[in-house]
Design a protein. Structure first.
Length: 85
């Protein structure tokens, strides 16, 4: 992906920084090189396998067991401080 000088200027305005013409050119080249790096396919020395386990059905925790260490509760629910008026 090519980042042109106009895009660098736009980001500089958003970041509220002033850039010289030389810096705009330099950053355009550097950002283009960084983004080009992500276009390349990645490879691995070792074969990668899925490390996730299979989903299996398990019994759920009882509400009293789940709420045992809760600092505050209302029946079978966690009680949390109000954040909106």
């Amino acid at each position: 992906m090519k980042v042109d000088k106009r895009e660098v200027e736009h980001v500089a305005v958003l970041a509220r920084i002033e850039l010289s013409e030389e810096e705009k050119e330099l950053y355009s080249e550097q950002l283009s090189a960084i983004l080009a790096f992500f276009d390349r396919p990645s490879s691995h020395v070792l074969e990668i396998t899925n490390a996730f386990r299979e989903d299996e059905l398990r019994p759920a925790f009882e509400p009293d067991e789940t709420l045992r260490n809760a600092p505050d509760r209302a029946g079978q629910f966690f009680r949390v401080p109000k954040i909106l008026d």
